[in-house]
Design a binder for this molecule. Structure first.
Ligand code: SF4
Length: 324
């Protein structure tokens, strides 16, 4: 099965990104599927970017992906702008995209509402996304529910092209992967950079403890003798991601029966999180010291991606009459 997925270079991913996206990337890779994973910098510039920071974010994202286990021997990892066929196909697809449908794209409408600097790139973003997928004739795309409408557009564009010109594209299927929403350290429903309530995948131990030590807990537990409710506590929900059954039982019993304090609970979580993150951070630090190795992995990925993408583009050009 051929898979395409992209991630924006928005700085180093956090635990929410790991459990929401990267864990599925790793699973698909390790199941032996043919995975094309792209750092989608062309999507990133649909909102303003500081050039120096963007280029740094690309390298940091690539180093993090390699550090968590994306293996360039197994998966094709590349930067979107290194494969020009994405944009070239996007133009052709944009000439097939019905305006009415484009105007109904919920994500654009929502973003445009909150941002009066919305631009044409943001509007046509779903067409580029369709090109990202179709250029590899991907069978499936792991997407969150918020991207379902965009994938539907991809299928519509594939069908339209096939009907109008030549049966060339597969209609990619949505792979509804298991996504775990990671709660924010402030107790809000979602870990996010904008809320500064996250733990990054390469955070050092001191920073992790600083963040955990002040993280929200069950507000009913003011002192150790107050019984608490783990089910409403974000620290417990993090335990569920990182702790074994013995630790989970210890937390539940200790919290409900006021046998442990929140700091004891957080210390155990700290140990379990750092056991998981320390090897990732160490690999990341080694990679980021040698950015040329990261660049070389991306260049090799782009070579592999270009081979497939340029073949598809030539087929498209032949089908629509660009060959003369
Ligand atoms: Fe949350 Fe743990 Fe405190 Fe219970 S003991 S309220 S689960 S931090």
């Amino acid at each position: 099965m051929r898979v395409f997925s992209g991630i924006q270079p928005t700085g180093i991913p956090h635990l929410g990104n790991y459990f929401g996206t990267l864990i599925n990337w790793l699973k698909l890779q390790n199941e032996g599927h043919e995975c094309f994973y792209s750092i989608v910098n062309q999507h990133a510039i649909t909102v303003p970017q500081e050039p120096k920071l963007l280029s740094q974010n690309i390298i940091q994202m690539a180093a993090t992906l390699l550090a968590v286990g994306i293996d360039p021997q197994k998966s094709t990892l590349f930067v979107q702008s290194d494969v020009p066929a994405h944009i070239q196909l996007a133009w052709i697809l944009s000439c097939l995209a019905p305006m009415g449908q484009m105007e109904r794209m919920i994500q654009y409408k929502e973003k445009a509402k909150s941002d009066n600097t919305a631009n044409l790139g943001l509007f046509s973003y779903p067409v580029l996304q369709a090109a990202d997928i179709l250029i590899y004739k991907a069978d499936t795309v792991p997407v969150g529910i918020d991207q379902a409408q965009h994938l539907e557009l991809t299928r519509i564009l594939a069908k339209k092209f096939n009907n109008q010109f030549k049966e060339l594209f597969k209609e990619p299927q949505t792979l509804h992967t298991q996504t775990t929403k990671v709660v924010g350290l402030d107790g809000t429903a979602k870990m996010s950079k904008s809320k500064n309530n996250y733990i990054s995948l390469v955070e050092d131990e001191d920073t992790i403890w600083k963040k955990l030590s002040v993280a929200a807990t069950d507000p009913a537990r003011i002192k150790k003798s107050d019984p608490g409710n783990p089910e409403i506590c974000n620290i417990y929900s993090l335990h569920q991601l990182f702790s074994n059954q013995k630790d989970l039982d210890w937390v539940v019993d200790g919290c409900i029966n006021a046998k442990i304090g929140c700091i004891d609970c957080k210390k155990q979580l700290f140990k379990n999180i750092t056991d998981f993150l320390n090897p990732i951070r160490e690999r990341y630090e080694a990679l980021i010291q040698k950015p040329n190795e990261v660049r070389s992995a991306l260049e090799n990925g782009a070579k592999k991606a270009n081979k497939v993408a340029s073949t598809t583009l030539q087929e498209v050009y032949e089908s629509i009459g660009f060959k003369y």
